[in-house]
Structures are given as structure tokens and as C-alpha cells.
Ligand binder design. Structure first.
Ligand code: F6P
Ligand code: MN
Length: 440
């Protein structure tokens, strides 16, 4: 089956071009600024060695920014991490696609590749500057965005706890409605990523539940009914056979979005629509706001320790879900490779086998959508299952607000109509999809 070409900064005027030219350098500049500002903390913690390390990291980032600005060839990674070899092989593969006197570079290679590569090079800069090896350059902005969403988080935790009290008496129709509601909250939570805003405050300030009805017309593909069928069918089958129903959530951003995902996961267990939730996070800092294990644990501890009854109730329930292993956290290194998801079976067969055990996989966010569809120039009307290019470990669903110019599975004329009425519909984060594929 032939697939269209990759989005790339080589298409001048495209969003990829704008990202590589302006947005990525801006993010790098913020990284440099953060490391610089943390100097005295490094000195305090590690003494002179910390200062030397800070200088080394800064030099690495300035060099990286210069390579990006001047469209230099992409370089092999020099650290020695479990994924280094895979990254270097990927570069060789990209090289093999070009003629001999051409080299993969920032403005010529696929956008997905170079953008992922930037975050991996940032990590390399930190890793090669011991003792800073575990410093997360984005931690500060992730934590701030959590605190700025306090009111919205309180509203959600309160809603969830009230729902939990009556959940046993809720009939099927109302359960379905509540599921729809919390799914939409998790969808719109994806507006709050910090890579699109280059680290600027992008948090949820108002109660997310109040605006759901108004936002419904912004959901361009809404396959919630299919999800409900999968989950409610699982629940009915289970009551006769006492088996498990496993939902996997491939997480995206920390901060408010993560809380909306945890709320949804809590609801799935409390309502018995699922019996086990597996979360998948990132093993290194990624796309500014993506969730790492430390963000995941930090968030739950923040809720637990909060000075608000329902927030702390949520936090302690979630802690105990982890202890009981009905919630499980995984961070496979595949999620921070540049590969499209149709390559999982080949590159990370262990992860593929794990995903096959799921009854439903929810992929949160824009980057996951780009990886699901290969970040290619698909026509708007190509079916989602075709764009997945044979990636079908289990029934799956993308829950994403549009922040990159790629969208499939639309009705005839729908994309064109949006383009003429709202030219920025694909990158503004104002539109979303809940897009399902059951093909196995
Ligand atoms: O956090 P999300 O939803 O994956 O969004 C990140 C997206 O935003 C962008 O930074 C916009 O360019 C993309 O690189 C990426 O697809
Ligand atoms: Mn993200």
C-alpha cells in the first residue's frame, strides 16, 4: 500500500516550516534560559562541579540552536543510553533514502523526525553534563501549569467524588452520559499543552464542565458511541465470565490534561466499565509538557497533600489504585523514538505484545495522532484505519485537539469548508476529534 509523503519544513509556508523556523528555536531559547537561571541551585547542590556542568549543558544547547538555525546535517547521538543505537540507526536509514551528496537536516527531513530529534538532543545535552543527568529542563513550567489550573482541578475532583457517591445507583443511560462528559473533559484538557505555546501559560482557568455543550460542535469526528459499545459490552461479558477489562491510556501532557485523564480513569474503574488501567508515559522530558514518571507521581502526591477535601480524596484513591495494581504505569522507550506507530511491532515487539492485551487503547493528544497517522500528507477523507497503516494492536481511539496540519476521516467537503471559514482550524487547538478504529 503506498502512503503519501511526510510533512516537512521543506514545504515553505507550511506549519512544519513555521515550527522548525520559529517555534523550535524559541523552545530552545527557553531551555537555555532555564538552565541559566538554575545555576545557583546547581552550585548549592553540587558545588563547583555543578557550575561546570551548567556551562557544558549551555554550550551543548547553544550549539544545537545554531545547527537548527543554519540547517546543518543531523548528527549521531554521542551518549550511551538504551535508545542511542536506535536513534543512530534511524539517522542512517534517513540517510539511505537520500542521494549520496544529500544529508538529513532540519529543514529537509520529515518534521516528525526533526522535532523528536530536538527533544532527544536536549536530553543528550543534559545526560552528557553530569551531575545534572536527571535534571528536567521543563519541570518548572509543567508544575506551574498544574498550579495555574487549581480551580478547574477542584471543580473536577468535586464532581467526580459526588458522582462516585451515587455511582451504584446510576442507570445505563446516565452512565453513558457521564462517560461522554468525562471523555470530553479529557479531550479539551489536551488544549493545555506547552509546546504549542512555547512554554507560555496555557492552563485551564474556568470549570471545564460548564462549557462542554458549547464545545460539542467543535468535535469534528465523534466516535464516542463506538467506545461506549466496546466498554459496555466488556462490562456485560465480564459479569457472566468474571474476566478483566483492560483500558490503556497513552498519556500526553502533565498539568491539567493529566488530571483530566486520571479523572476519566477513576470513573472507568468506579463504574466497572474497566477493571484495570494501564498508563503509558515518557521516559525522558518530551515536547515540553509530556508526562514522565516523576510528573505522574508528583501530580498524585500534590492532589493527596492538597488542602481541599475532594482533591486529597482523589489523590489518596489514586495512590491506592497504584498500590493495588489496578492502575499501572509504564514508560517504554519507544514513545520517545521518532518512529510512526505502524513500526511498533518491528521496533518494540515487547510493547506491541503488551498493547495487544488491551481491550481499548486511548491515545491522548496531537503528537500521538501524528505518530498514528505517520505525520503524512493524507487527504481529509482517507479513513482513519487506512492512515494507521496496519497498526492495530487492539481497538483504539485518538482523543486529540488539532495542533498540526493533519486530519483524516472527515466527511466529503468538511475539511475544505473549515479551511474557507476558519483558516487556522488545524493548528489552533479549538477543534478536536474522538476518533475510533476497531479493525484488528
Ligand atoms: O501535546 P500534544 O497535544 O501532543 O501537542 C504537541 C503538538 O503541538 C505541536 O508542538 C505543534 O507543533 C506539535 O509539535 C505537536 O504535535
Ligand atoms: Mn504533549
Amino acid at each position: 500500500m503506498s502512503v503519501p509523503c511526510s510533512l516537512s519544513a521543506r514545504f515553505k509556508g507550511s506549519f512544519a516550516y513555521f515550527t522548525v523556523k520559529d517555534r523550535l528555536p524559541q523552545i530552545l531559547t527557553k531551555v537555555i534560559d532555564t538552565v541559566h537561571r538554575t545555576k545557583s541551585a546547581f552550585l548549592e547542590e553540587y558545588g563547583e562541579e555543578g557550575i561546570e556542568a551548567e556551562k557544558k549543558a549551555l554550550a551543548a544547547f547553544s550549539k544545537l540552536r545554531n545547527e537548527l538555525h543554519t540547517d546543518k546535517p543531523l548528527l549521531l547521538l554521542m551518549d550511551n543510553l538504551p535508545d542511542t543505537e536506535l536513534w543512530n540507526q534511524y539517522l542512517e536509514h534517513q540517510q539511505s533514502l537520500l542521494s549520496e551528496n544529500d544529508q538529513p537536516s532540519w529543514f529537509k527531513s520529515p518534521w516528525l523526525y526533526v522535532e523528536c530529534y530536538m527533544y532527544r538532543r536536549i536530553h543528550e545535552g543534559i545526560v552528557l553534563s553530569p551531575p545534572l543527568c536527571s535534571f528536567d529542563v521543563f519541570k518548572e513550567v509543567k508544575n506551574e501549569s498544574f498550579f495555574q489550573s487549581q480551580q478547574a482541578i477542584i471543580a473536577l475532583c468535586t464532581y467526580l467524588q459526588e458522582l462516585a457517591k451515587k455511582i451504584k445507583d446510576v442507570g445505563e443511560e446516565q452512565l453513558k452520559e457521564e462517560f461522554f462528559k468525562l471523555l470530553q473533559v479529557s479531550l479539551w484538557g489536551n488544549k493545555c499543552d506547552l509546546s504549542i505555546s512555547a512554554g507560555q501559560d496555557n492552563s485551564q482557568k474556568s470549570s471545564p464542565l460548564a462549557s462542554l455543550t458549547d464545545l460539542q460542535s467543535c468535535i469534528l469526528v465523534n466516535d464516542t458511541d463506538h467506545l461506549w459499545t466496546v466498554l459496555s459490552h466488556g462490562m456485560k461479558m465480564r459479569s457472566s465470565q468474571a474476566s478483566v477489562s483492560r483500558v490503556d491510556i497513552v498519556l500526553d501532557n502533565a498539568g491539567f490534561e493529566l488530571v483530566t485523564d486520571l479523572i476519566l480513569a477513576d470513573f472507568l474503574l468506579a463504574s466497572k466499565l474497566a477493571t484495570e488501567i494501564h498508563f503509558h508515559g515518557k521516559s525522558i522530558p518530551w515536547y515540553v509538557s509530556d508526562t514522565t514518571k516523576s510528573d505522574f507521581q508528583w501530580t498524585i502526591q500534590q492532589l493527596r497533600a492538597a488542602n481541599h477535601r475532594w482533591m486529597s480524596k482523589c489523590g489518596s484513591n489514586w495512590d491506592s489504585n497504584l498500590k493495588k495494581e489496578v492502575w499501572l504505569y509504564h514508560d517504554h522507550l519507544f514513545w520517545t523514538l521518532p518512529h510512526e506507530f505502524c513500526k511498533v511491532a518491528q521496533v518494540a515487539p515487547d510493547l506491541y505484545t503488551e498493547l495487544q492485551k488491551s481491550d481499548l487503547i486511548l491515545f491522548k493528544g496531537d503528537l500521538n495522532y501524528r505518530k498514528l497517522t505517520g505525520d503524512r500528507k493524507w487527504d481529509f477523507t482517507v479513513p482513519f484505519s487506512q492512515a494507521l497503516n496496519r497498526f492495530h494492536p487492539a481497538p483504539l481511539c485518538s482523543i486529540r485537539t488539532l495542533k498540526a496540519d493533519i486530519q483524516v476521516g472527515l466527511k466529503c467537503g468538511q475539511g475544505e469548508q473549515l479551511t474557507s471559514s476558519e483558516p487556522t482550524w488545524m493548528i489552533s487547538g479549538q477543534y478536536g476529534v474522538i476518533q475510533f478504529s476497531a479493525l484488528i
